[in-house]
Ligand binder design. Structure first.
Ligand SMILES: [Zn+2]
Length: 123
């Protein structure tokens, strides 16, 4: 799986996003493999209706991929979630404030590092 290097839009922390938003061909191959196995297992009772399990596995894969992507996209340093920022800026702002209120050590570290960079840029 290819990683994507980027920076947090809010705190400028270098980040790596491991998961993609959409399914890749390997995931569709896995879904197909699971469907074949399920169909083979339940064919005596369900016959070709067992092929409908494809949609169940597809939905499960889509849900897990989206969940992993959303979890991966959220910044660990400041709690900024770009997907929420796209939907509702106020909710994204409140989430960052709550995240930093729960983790005050992150706020001190971020403030110190930005102060250090400001100090070094003045010299
Ligand atoms: Zn951040």
């Amino acid at each position: 799986m290819r990683n994507k290097d980027c920076y947090c839009a809010l705190c400028r922390t270098p980040r790596v996003v491991r998961y993609s938003r959409t399914l890749k061909p390997i995931h569709y191959a896995q879904v197909t493999l699971f469907t074949v196995a399920t169909t083979w297992l339940f064919f005596p009772w369900l016959e070709f209706k067992a092929l409908g399990s494809f949609f169940i596995y597809w939905a499960a894969f889509e849900f897990s991929q989206k969940t992993l992507y959303r979890r991966d996209l959220k910044c660990k340093s400041c709690g900024f979630d770009p997907t929420w920022y796209k939907r509702d800026v106020k909710v994204a702002r409140r989430q960052v404030e709550e995240y930093l209120a729960k983790n005050p050590q992150l706020l001190q570290r971020n403030t110190r590092s930005s102060a250090d960079s400001n100090f070094s840029s003045r010299q």
